[in-house]
Design a protein around this ligand. Structure first.
Ligand code: NAP
Length: 224
């Protein structure tokens, strides 16, 4: 039987590439996006598409209800925003900061709670797109402070989830995709989405001993 992957935030960037690669490998792909009617490129991949706004609990609840009897082998919690492109410590509108934290931290926490039983059923993996920018011990720049703070907070959620869900046989990983040419990464980034996602898929699907840490797209551990 084909394995099932749930890709959250799959209409562009890394999420779209995850959907393409898993579909090409024969997985049953459930791909989510905020506005399915506008997701033309995702529709061309030919996967099941579900509407989901990760910043709204009712949206998460209704997808969880729809999928309640499904087993999920891999959940990729990919949706994220960068927020204010700040340079140095600066103030910012409260709503800008809140949006980053709600999308990058509270959303993934709620998604963990909503889908952990589905993933536990398959003894599968929950994967969170974090960033090296959330690593406090390797930080050498103060740019994008809201994003950095949100990914550091996400890392704490991932660590907590790994402690709790590891007991149920669920692998929980935070991944840094590298610097990738997407809308968020920009045109100067060093990796294509194809290269980054191929590396991360190897980490997710083959390096089954990796759990409870932040790893890059080659599987190397990044210190918190
Ligand atoms: N690219 C890089 O170099 C890089 C480096 C480190 C980490 N990352 C992380 O990798 C992940 C993907 O990044 P990317 O480069 O592919 O970014 P991207 O091109 O900006 O795409 C972001 C995706 O997240 C979705 N999203 C944002 N807010 C959402 C919400 N509330 N509900 C549902 N979907 C939402 C977007 O959907 P809409 O189209 O509806 O906005 C889009 O599909 C992010 O978590 C990012 O922080 C990226």
């Amino acid at each position: 039987m084909a394995k099932t992957v749930l890709v959250i935030g799959a209409n562009r960037g890394l999420g779209l590439e995850f959907a393409k690669q898993y579909a090409a490998d024969g997985y049953d792909v459930i791909a989510t996006c905020r506005r399915p009617a506008e997701a033309a490129e995702l529709r061309r991949v030919g996967v099941r598409i579900e509407a989901l706004d990760t910043s709204t609990s009712s949206s998460i609840d209704s997808l969880a209800e729809k999928l309640k009897d499904d087993s999920i082998d891999v959940m990729i919690c990919n949706a994220g925003v960068y927020g204010p492109r700040s340079d140095g410590l600066t103030d910012m509108p409260t709503e800008d900061f809140d949006l980053v934290m709600r999308t990058n931290v509270l959303g993934p926490l709620r998604l963990t709670l909503a889908f952990s039983d589905n993933v536990a059923r398959a003894r599968g993996a929950m994967v969170f797109m974090s960033s090296r920018m959330g690593s406090i011990s390797t930080m050498s720049s103060d740019s994008g402070i809201a994003y950095r703070a949100s990914k550091a907070a996400l890392n704490a959620v991932v660590k907590a989830a790994s402690l709790e869900l590891g007991k149920k046989g669920v692998r929980v990983l935070a991944l840094h995709p590298g610097w990738v040419r997407t809308d968020m990464g920009g045109p100067q980034a060093s990796l294509t989405p194809t290269e980054s996602v191929a590396g991360m898929r190897h980490v997710i699907d083959k390096a089954s001993d990796l759990h409870g840490g932040l790893y890059d797209n080659t599987g190397a551990l990044i210190p918190w």
